[in-house]
Design a binder for this molecule. Structure first.
Ligand code: SAM
Length: 482
């Protein structure tokens, strides 16, 4: 019988059903226990240290109590602390990225995904290397520096060699002043050997959504294909780490199963990675299931309201303060704005979810993975972020300087963010403004840079950042970083 053990390498022990059910019972019993909730909130609050700030985080049980609470003043406090944590560790910077769909060939039978094998009316497409180049040029022309590549699972059409070729092609395209400097990878669970190859190809984060932590639900939602194997999928991050990838990204597809169960499972997964590998997930994504070809989200009766969605994001922020949080264009601008306040640190912009979609003038729908709710251009997203006081950042410095895994977490905790990430964000924003922005965005951006430069504590760093930004404005010199 499975017994709860965060250090076990077996999925059913570290995502233990009994422990999740006991957690949900405990959370329900304590959801109006104001004294306990205050204690938990106090534990989550950032504490100033000699050279920065530290945060204790929360266990899955503590965070589940917060998620269950319906006391309005406690929920308000939760949002305040979530914003405090976010500002302490991520400041007002928001990192931008775009997904790049390589192939929608897939042998799985996922009930929520239009790429499922039995869907005969979606056009199947796989990019050639020449088409990958075209997509990357279109993405560089928008101003992107960071991509997340996406593909269905198909060992014949999309073998690992194909994915590796694509990564190689992407890193090799240098169009005008453009560059893709970080390629994150969202492909199906694979072997240690393949993860090692991805690591050698220079990927950033390996992202794999769990979809659902509920084993029975998982098996029903994935009736056929290799993805049916719950343990193989759930243990993938351990294999990725064994293969040398130390930035991994977790996620749940909210709407498939009950959110409180998913939330506890997600945090237990993070605790497991921390317990076994000494470092938690680099990012957590919070996608919600969307309408798509052959898919009606109403088929799944666990959809969540925007209010609950916001509460989930805030509770994740409190529980794992050093983990980046990602929201995609599955969500509307209004929902994205709400979630930015409570902890999101990365957003996608100008996304197309169709294979080959960026090279097309018109947004194509025939191979799209799901409906995109936020259809604004990258320039509009950049401008909107600045309007709400956020610095749009195209920074990829940490990973390129080897600050991955626990080394990134140390930087987060060290208080050096204002002397490092902040100027990096401003320099990469200047690159964007100079090379890709509309006149209005450019003007707004330089005004923001001027104000934000003043916040850099070290005079030396500030001077270098100012000099670099001046060089970006007056020449083709690019890619400065601390
Ligand atoms: N095929 C890969 C795998 O098996 O993990 C991942 C690539 S898939 C293109 C990326 C993610 O899209 C999936 O993990 C799933 O969570 C999400 N997705 C699939 N169908 C969706 C839908 N209808 N609405 C929103 N997200 C969806």
């Amino acid at each position: 019988m499975a017994v709860y053990d965060p250090k076990s390498m077996k999925a059913e022990d570290f995502i233990n059903d009994e422990e999740i059910l006991a957690t949900l019972e405990y959370a329900e019993a304590n959801k109006n226990n104001a004294e306990l909730i205050d204690e938990i909130l106090e534990k989550a609050r950032p504490v100033k240290t000699e050279n920065g700030c530290t945060c204790a985080g929360l266990t899955h049980r503590e965070a589940s109590v917060l998620l269950a609470t319906e006391l309005p003043d406690k929920i308000e406090k939760m949002y305040e602390i979530a914003e405090e944590i976010k500002l302490a560790f991520y400041g007002n910077r928001i990192v931008l990225f775009a997904p790049l769909y390589l192939s929608n060939y897939c042998v799985n039978g996922c009930l929520y995904c239009p790429y499922h094998l039995k869907n005969k009316h979606i056009a199947r497409k796989k990019l050639t290397q020449e088409e990958v180049r075209k997509e990357v040029i279109a993405l560089q022309d928008m101003g992107h520096k960071r991509l997340a590549i996406e593909a269905g699972e198909d060992p014949v059409n999309n073998p690992i060699e194909y994915i590796l070729d694509c990564i190689n092609t992407i890193y090799g395209v240098h169009h005008k002043n453009g560059d893709i400097r970080r390629v994150n990878v969202n492909i199906a669970a694979t072997t240690v050997e393949n993860y090692r190859k991805l690591k050698e190809a220079g990927i950033g984060t390996y992202i794999l959504f769990q979809e659902t932590y509920h084993k029975k639900g998982y098996e029903e939602l994935h009736p056929t294909g290799p993805k049916h194997d719950y343990a193989y999928h759930t243990e993938a991050m351990d294999r990725a780490m064994e293969g040398g990838i130390d930035d991994v990204g977790l996620g749940v597809l909210f709407g498939l199963e009950k959110y409180k169960y998913e939330f506890a499972g997600l945090l237990m997964h993070a605790e497991h990675l921390e317990a076994v590998h000494g470092v938690g997930p680099h990012t957590i994504s919070v996608p919600r299931v969307k309408k798509a070809d052959d898919i009606d989200p109403d088929m799944f009766d666990n959809g969540i309201s925007d209010e609950i969605f916001t509460k989930i994001a805030a509770c994740i922020r409190l529980a794992v303060p050093y983990t980046g949080m990602i929201i995609s264009t599955r969500e509307t601008a209004a929902v994205r704005e709400k979630l930015l306040r409570v902890g999101i640190s990365q957003v996608s912009g100008g996304s197309r979810t169709s294979v080959g979609g960026y090279a097309e003038e018109e947004r194509p729908h025939d191979t799209e993975q799901f409906d995109v709710s936020d259809q604004r251009t990258l320039d509009e997203v950049v401008s909107w972020l600045m309007d709400s006081g956020h610095i749009p950042s195209f920074c990829t410095a940490c990973y390129r300087a080897g600050r991955t895994g626990d080394r990134f977490m140390s930087l987060c905790k060290s208080g050096q963010i204002l002397n490092c990430c902040h100027p990096n964000a401003l320099m990469t924003l200047a690159e964007y403004l100079e090379d890709y922005a509309s006149p209005d965005t450019k003007e707004k951006g330089y005004r923001m840079i001027e104000e934000e430069l003043k916040k850099i504590p070290s005079e030396k760093v500030r001077t270098v950042a100012e000099e670099n930004i001046a060089a970006i404005r007056s020449s083709d010199r690019r890619d400065f970083r601390f």
